[in-house]
Each structure stands twice: as structure tokens, then as C-alpha cells.
Design a protein around this ligand. Structure first.
Ligand code: BGC
Length: 725
């Protein structure tokens, strides 16, 4: 049989893959399943390039530690990438290009808000556009593949990695994850401006016990199916090309060895045809977890479960051959994994465009349209939590503003922990942003760390902008905290400013919802600014002075105290004593959060009214309502639709988000808004395999946040044309 030329782009990907596979030796096949890290390239270059030449390196991860986000290490060097690629393409026997990967989590040179903040925009299309920019910047440098989005549902803000998540709701998480996948991969994965995206961490890692990273996870099948898996389904639907298996042990089975989840749920049941990479060393961890007898067994278990590529190659490079000889895996399993990796390489156009133009790469970094979009996203990501007596927006030129506090001048902090290449110098500090907007003559500040100097500035100002919050080193991978409280001294600093009697706004920076007694008691206004990337200061200034109207809404419940964790809006009903407030929750703190999921203020005031069932047809239900803007300013409101069922065969949350929309509304006007919902989507999983939707009456709930909703009862006969209850 004649072998087809796999380099011919006119052949189908399938033909190219099978032709190439038929020519590969076992060593070359295993090589495609190995991803090696950066590690001292200059000193080990010859050794490394000789491995590439022998076809032993399928992928290179551009990271030099297992905590890349915490210790960025080397930057990306397009010349180095070209050098390695040249050896792979021009000097290896079959010329298979290496796929270069880097954690481009929320930005390259232009850095966007952390994903938790981005999700507060509830603006999937802006997120897609912003990630297109990121893809362009990163791919121009030679990066082909990124390990994002992370779609771990999170309910515990002590866990440092909440910064990478889109919050506590499965629907919103899925919508944002899909938006990121579309942004990275674009319409054409082979176009030079696209990056292969990776859905991670499959699955359940966000439930790390006690908020400790890497800890065990215990999730019931029902919760796994209804809460943790749906965002991954959304990523598959969006066409994501790779998945990453998590570090976590899930109820006795580390997910990296879970045949049921990877080969079963992901590949077989959901037809995922891309490839799965392990997390950093998570294959060797199977030995550490003692579910594998040794490293060979660990490699075999992972491949058998469906993990196609080993991040940090040794697991497969050193042991897969032995596992095959011992009959622990089959050559068909290896071939399947190799085919998946090659398919993505062909689809990503690597065979056609293996190199980058190092000079051109610089031209698109921090292009003005990228920074403008990053600023818009930062404005939409920040959440106004309090605005007593409408202190905000501040009046430009009539006010002398003191901008003080530990974050008044910080820059690196706003890049968050998972930022490998963004530069601190590119970050607009909060002081800088305000000064640029209102002029230096209107701003007082203090560079000193002495809080009494801040107080002195406050005394001389009309209004104070006090910038507080945790360091970026308190969140991210392996950076958990046991107590949700501001760093020491900040509560006192807030009180000291309050004691001046000057009106003051607290701008809170950080990677997680974090309550503060002093902010709650004393601040006149409170803006949650998260870690919003390179354009942070400009966005804060625009919001404080009304150049932009706040619209962001929380996607993670803001607790009152650490003891309330886990706290999330989509709770199941309480049992006994539910009707007696005194017996609910705790004796020392009530059960309600400080701010609920979906909460956020605007400078406009909105009213919701006239919720009505518009129609039920073709499997869809339409719910309409009137949104009124009672204020003389144009604004945007994030309208939310929840529902709850009168009956279900297993317990369900008291309410679940089922729709949302950013609605622009003119000053002093009303608009009719409609939500359309698939009736099929009102169901739930009884088990992973059984999706059911028993006919039942349903209450739809419309409003500005999960705690302030107008009900619309809908009988089962209205929904299903049959009366049940
Ligand atoms: C993290 C992943 C990351 C990988 C590569 C791991 O420690 O869990 O999210 O993509 O490192 O840097």
C-alpha cells in the first residue's frame, strides 16, 4: 500500500494522521506523548536538541517550575522557539513539529483582569474579543497552546486558585469558559493568531478540602454531574481541543487515573476528539497516592484512563515502553493517544507554519486596541458594593482627592499571581489613573507606608480614596489562606481614615471575596477592584469619576465571616427548623452573606416589574419583564433569571441561574426584556448518566441579584401541556 504524504495539506487530517502514524517507531510515538519543561535551556541545550532530533519531544512547556504562576522564571524567547522547532522540523526523521505550551491564563503583554473578576462582567462576547487579543500577542511569540480556561466551580474563597475560576455557578462558569475557548481558538485554529486552548482541571479540583490546594476532594456523583461537570461540557461544545486532568483524588480515585471520567464521560460519552494532558507530575502522583505500585504502573494507569500526554515527560518517557512490554498497556492505546496529539498539531496548522517572526511579534504586543479592550473589561469586572448617599461618582475638578493606602501606588499587584509575562511598569496604578484623569493639582497622595501620613493627607482633602487589600502573593496556586481578613493593620487604617470625618471610598484589591468589618462599618463607598490587569488604575479612575458607570456583579458570594464557608447561592433546602430564624445558621453570625451572588450596584437605579409568561412553544419558554431606569444617566444592568422546581426526584438547589443578559438602558426610560429558556434545560442529573426532567410546576425568578427576585409561577400544564402539580 502506498503511503500518503502527510505533509500534503490537501489531504484530510485523518489521512495525514494515519499516514504519519504508519511511519513512526515506538520511540517516536512515545515522544509525541511527552511534554518537557524549560529547565536550564542554555546549559543543557545540546542534550535537549538531540532529544528533539530523535523525535522524543512532542511538546515543550515554557515554564521552569511546577509553580509557574508563583515563580515566573524565564520569559518566552521566539528565537529559542524557532531554534528548537528547526531541529524538530528539519533535522528529525519525520519532521513533526513540537507544540509549545505556556500558561497564558489571562494575558500576555496586555494583561486582563483575573478570570474571577472577568466573570463579574457577565460579558461573554467582550471576554472572547479580549482573549482574541491575548491569543494574537502570545501566538506571535511562538506559543501554540495555552492551559486555560480553568473552569473549576469554586465555593471556598480560602483556596488561592479561585482567582482563575469564573465563580460558583455552573452555567456562568460554562458560558465564560466557552467565551475564552472561542477567543483563544478563534474560527480557524490554523490561523497564526490562534492558540490551542485547554479545559482544566478535569474535574472537581475546585472542591479541595478545607480550601487547601492539592487536597483531597469528596464530591457526590449527583453534585459532580450537576455542578462540576457542566462547565466542561460547555467547553467541549465550544470546540476546545485539549483537556487537563487535575491533581486531585476524587472520592478514592485520583482523576488522572479515572477511566470512568476521562475515557468514559469525556471521550466516549461526550465524543471529545482532542487530547488530554496530565497536570504537572500528576501521573507520578499516582504512585505517591499509592494507587499505583510503581512509576511504570502509574504511567500505565494514566494511559489506560485516557491521559494522552504527560506534562513533564518522565512519566511516559521513562516508563511507557516498559508498561507496553509488561502488557499493562496496548499499542492500540498508544496509537490512539498519538493520533489525538497529531490531529491537534495538524489542525493547529503547525506543519504549515512551524516558525514565528520574532521581529513582527513585538509589533502586536500591547497594541492600543488590546489595551482599550482590557480597560473596558476591567471597568466591567469591578463591582460597586456600597455607595452611601451617592458619594460616587465623584465630581471632577471640584474635589481635592487624597489617594492613599497600601495599594495606592502598587503595580505588580494588579497582575495577579498567574501572570508570567506582563510587566509591572505597564500597569497603571490607581494613583496614576486618577491623576491622569483629574490632573495632578487635584490629587494628594502619600508614598510613605506610615498610616499617620495617610491620615494627614486625608485631613487636607475633600474626599479620600483608600486603596486596600491583600497581596497577589496571597492568592494563586498553593496560596491559600485560613482566615478571610485584610492583611494586618488595614482594618485599623480604615478606622483611622474614618476618624478624620472625611467622606471616603475604599477600593479593595485582591484575588478573592474578603470581608472587612471596618469597610462595612465605616466606608461610604466600596469598589471591589480585584486584580484587574495592566489597565487597573485607568478603570478605577473612570468608575470613581463617572466616566464609566459600574455594572459588574459578583460571581462568588461575599461571606461575612470565614466560618460561613462553604457559602454559595445555589444551596439545597434546609431541613428541620428552617422556619425559625433563630435556629438557622450560627449563634454568632447569621446565615446570610455580606453580599449575595449576582450583587453589584450601578450609579443608576433600576426597577423590575411586570414579569410575565410570554409563550411556550417549540420546547422553549419565554419570560418577559419590564426594566426601568429611574435615573438621568444611561446605564447597563445585568438582569438575571433563576428558577426553582416544585418537584424533583432528588433534592435540587432552592434556585438556579438559568439566564442572564447585560441590558443597556437609556436614562429615565423603560424597556421590555425577554429571556428564552429551553424547557429541556430545566432538568438535572440524577446520576452522571441519567438526565431527567420530571414534569413539574416551576417558579421563574427575575431580578438584579440572587437575593432580590420577582417570582413568576408556571404550572406544569403551561410548560408541558399536562397537569402534574
Ligand atoms: C497547574 C496547572 C498549570 C501547570 C503548568 C500546574 O501546577 O496546576 O494549572 O497549567 O502547572 O504550569
Amino acid at each position: 500500500m502506498m503511503t500518503l504524504n502527510y505533509n500534503n495539506p490537501d489531504l484530510s487530517t485523518e489521512e495525514r494522521v494515519s499516514s504519519l502514524l504508519s511511519l513512526m517507531s515506538l520511540e517516536e510515538k512515545i515522544g509525541q506523548l511527552c511534554q518537557s519543561p524549560m529547565l536550564e535551556y542554555d546549559s543543557k541545550k545540546q542534550e535537549y536538541l538531540s532529544q528533539v532530533r530523535s523525535g522524543l519531544v512532542g511538546s515543550r512547556i515554557l515554564a521552569d517550575t511546577a509553580w509557574a504562576g508563583n515563580a515566573p522564571g524565564e520569559t518566552v524567547d521566539p528565537e529559542q522557539i524557532n531554534e528548537i522547532q528547526r531541529v524538530a522540523v528539519e533535522q528529525s526523521r519525520l519532521g513533526i513539529p513540537v507544540i509549545f505550551a505556556r500558561d497564558v491564563i489571562y494575558g500576555q503583554s496586555t494583561v486582563l483582569p483575573i478570570p474571577l473578576a472577568q466573570s463579574c462582567s457577565w460579558n461573554a462576547s467582550l471576554v472572547t474579543d479580549a482573549y482574541r487579543d491575548v491569543a494574537l500577542e502570545a501566538s506571535s511569540l511562538g506559543i501554540n497552546w495555552t492551559f486555560a480556561p480553568m473552569m473549576d466551580v469554586v465555593r471556598d474563597p480560602r483556596w488561592g486558585r479561585v482567582i482563575e475560576s469564573f465563580g460558583e455557578d455552573p452555567l456562568l462558569n460554562g458560558a465564560m469558559a466557552a467565551a475564552v475557548v472561542k477567543g483563544f481558538q478563534g474560527d480557524d485554529l490554523a490561523s497564526p493568531g490562534s492558540l490551542v486552548s485547554c479545559a482544566k482541571h478535569f474535574v472537581g479540583y475546585g472542591a479541595s478540602e478545607s480550601g487547601c490546594d492539592y487536597d483531597t476532594t469528596e464530591i457526590s456523583e449527583n453534585t459532580l454531574a450537576n455542578v462540576y461537570l457542566p462547565p466542561f461540557k460547555a467547553a467541549i461544545n465550544a470546540g476546545v481541543k485539549t483537556f487537563m486532568s487535575g491533581f486531585n483524588d476524587l472520592g478514592g480515585t485520583p482523576v488522572t487515573s479515572s477511566k470512568d471520567l476521562i475515557n468514559g464521560w469525556l471521550k466516549k460519552d461526550h465524543g471529545f476528539d482532542g487530547f488530554v494532558v496530565s497536570d504537572w507530575g500528576s501521573i507520578s502522583d499516582l504512585h505517591h497516592f499509592r494507587v499505583a505500585r510503581d512509576e511504570v504502573h502509574a504511567a500505565a494507569m494514566a494511559l489506560d484512563a485516557g491521559v494522552d500526554m504527560a506534562m513533564t515527560s518522565e512519566a511516559y518517557q521513562d516508563h511507557l515502553h516498559t508498561a507496553l512490554e509488561a502488557g499493562l498497556v496496548t499499542i492500540q492505546q498508544i496509537d490512539d493517544a498519538v493520533s489525538r496529539v497529531l490531529t491537534v498539531k495538524f489542525e493547529a496548522g503547525l506543519f504549515e507554519h512551524p516558525y514565528v517572526d520574532a521581529e513582527k511579534a513585538q509589533l502586536c504586543q500591547r497594541a492600543p486596541e488590546h489595551t482599550n479592550r482590557a480597560k473596558e473589561l476591567a471597568q466591567q469586572s469591578m463591582v460597586l458594593l456600597k455607595n452611601r448617599d451617592n458619594l460616587l461618582p465623584l465630581v471632577q475638578n471640584e474635589t481635592k482627592v487624597a489617594v492613599v493606602g497600601p495599594h495606592a501606588h502598587t503595580q505588580r499587584q494588579h497582575l495577579g499571581s498567574w501572570c508570567l509575562d506582563g510587566k509591572s511598569d505597564d500597569v497603571v496604578s490607581i494613583y496614576q489613573g486618577i491623576k491622569d484623569l483629574i490632573g495632578e493639582q487635584n490629587v494628594l497622595t502619600e508614598y510613605s507606608a506610615l498610616t499617620d501620613e495617610w491620615v494627614e493627607s486625608a485631613h487636607r482633602a475633600d474626599v479620600v480614596v483608600l486603596c486596600v487589600g491583600e497581596s497577589h502573593r496571597s492568592s494563586g496556586e498553593a496560596r491559600n489562606i485560613a482566615e478571610l481578613k485584610l492583611p494586618s493593620g488595614q482594618e485599623e487604617a480604615i478606622e483611622a481614615i474614618a476618624n478624620t470625618g472625611k467622606p471616603f471610598v475604599v477600593v479593595q484589591c485582591g484575588g478573592r471575596p474578603m470581608p472587612s468589618q471596618a469597610i462595612s462599618r465605616h466606608a461610604d463607598a466600596h469598589l471591589m477592584a480585584w486584580q484587574c490587569g495592566t489597565e487597573t488604575g485607568a478603570a478605577v479612575a473612570d468608575l470613581l469619576f463617572g466616566r464609566a458607570c459600574p455594572s459588574g456583579k459578583l460571581t462568588m458570594t461575599f461571606p461575612k465571616s470565614t466560618g460561613q464557608i462553604p457559602i454559595y447561592y445555589n444551596k439545597k433546602p434546609l431541613g428541620k427548623m428552617r422556619d425559625f430564624a433563630d435556629y438557622r445558621g450560627y449563634k454568632d453570625v447569621d446565615r446570610a452573606p455580606l453580599y449575595p451572588f449576582g450583587y453589584g450596584l450601578s450609579y443608576a437605579k433600576f426597577r423590575y416589574s411586570d414579569v410575565e409568561l410570554m409563550s411556550v412553544a417549540d420546547g422553549k419558554v419565554k419570560i418577559g419583564f419590564t426594566l426601568s431606569n429611574l435615573s438621568p444617566i444611561k446605564a447597563t444592568e445585568i438582569c438575571q433569571l433563576y428558577f426553582s422546581r416544585a418537584y424533583s426526584s432528588c433534592t435540587r438547589p432552592e434556585k438556579e441561574l438559568i439566564g442572564f443578559e447585560r441590558v443597556d438602558i437609556e436614562a429615565c426610560s423603560s424597556r421590555h426584556v425577554e429571556f428564552e429558556v429551553d424547557i429541556d434545560g430545566l432538568g438535572y442529573f440524577e446520576t452522571i448518566a441519567d438526565y431527567v426532567n420530571p414534569k413539574s410546576a416551576v417558579t421563574f425568578l427575575v431580578g438584579p441579584n440572587s437575593d432580590d427576585l420577582l417570582p413568576l409561577e408556571c404550572t406544569s400544564s403551561q410548560l408541558y401541556q399536562t397537569e402534574v402539580n
